[in-house]
Design a protein around this ligand. Sequence first.
Ligand SMILES: [Ca+2]
Ligand SMILES: [Ca+2]
Length: 463
Amino acid sequence: MTDRIRRAAPVAALVLVACAPAAVAAPATVTVRVEGTNRTIYEGPVTTDGHVVTTASGGTHPCDGTNDPDDPVFGPTPTGALDDAAKLAGFPWDGTWSDSFMDFLVTRVAEDSATTTQFWGYFVNYASPSKGGCQLLVKTGDEVLFAFDAFSKARALKLAGPEAARIGEAVNVTVTDGLDGSPQAGASVNGVPTGSDGVATLSFPERGIYRLKAERADSVRSNAIVLCVDPAEAVPCSSSDAAGPSVAWRLPGRLASDGGRSRTILVSWQVDDGPGSGVAYSSVEVREVADGAGRGHAASEWRSLLDRARVNALHFRGEAGDAYGFRITAADRAANTTTVETDTVAIPVDDRSRRLWHFSRGWSRVRAERAWGRTVMRTTKSGPAARFGFRGTRVALIGRKLAKGGRLRVTVDRRSKILRLRGRSGYRSILWTSRRLGSGGHSLNVRSLGGGTVELDAVAPLP
Ligand SMILES: [Ca+2]
Ligand SMILES: [Ca+2]
């Protein structure tokens, strides 16, 4: 079970970036910021959910809220969000694992490693949580901040101010303590110190995109304001930003069952405008690529799912047997846009879809939480069969091998093969994929040949 994350440059060249385990029940989109000794290592939105985390020093452990022995609730966590940001942006991090604490301790992010006196600490919405970073749950809108040498810092600074200005115009920015809102004197923004009211007055003689941060030696560096400075007649940000943002998308897999167990799939994406003016909005469209169940309503037209929104994820409910592609358009503040098209994701047909997948007598339906649709069909006898009519160029059978698994004969368009389903595999494994078929209608017939238990979960036509 793997997520696929892909990054597309504005020219739409696709590059594989990273793989992460998937568990996408209730993900959250949070802001992740990583402040190192000399620079901001990462700052941006990340869509994250509880997942298994692997580090070089700590090994592989869950990082999904169930780490908290007093209140084990599954969900997205701060350290899980750091892990996802690291995968998306390509910076390394490491952490040791504590069996007694049941959590990772972050020891390194990018070039900044903990010493005997300086450690990595974290904040959520500027407060220092009392729980570990794999124990606390985060929700959409939370600000997750990892900071080097956090325990010797008096405060975490927060910067507020306008995002656009004219050349030569006076710009007031305000620095506060992110936790209590108190104004902070003596912080530096673009070389200008703040007064007792926390305000610094800046002005910029040249057009450009300025990333402003507040710094003070005793505090954690602030969030960034991306300030576009333009000539009086120009649209804000347009005079210095001509490049569209890059867009990286993530789907459950080629089959929705690779990373999920229901027809409601998570589509998420990451937009990065690099040194540009910053992301303004995203729009998402969907297209039904294939009508695998043969309902005859395949529509190849793109239709809008999301129009100019400031979110990074959506849930989409597909029809069983159909396959979908998504088109994501992101715009920066200078109205440059980038559009990328995702791979196709096929929605399997569950064993409960009786009008699509016909089972003979002799099967029994068994509840299985981790199966597609949360049920499977099982038989130990020789003889029980099932028939599935579909349209497509391949078909995949989804289920599980068992230690005492039996044999199954699969027949597509009168060509047969015998599968031995003895062994070990997780739920929602692909047991078999047919050879390539001519386009059009086909029939898949399966028959249990006995010798052990056969367990079938779902079947998926592939476009
Ligand atoms: Ca840009
Ligand atoms: Ca099922």
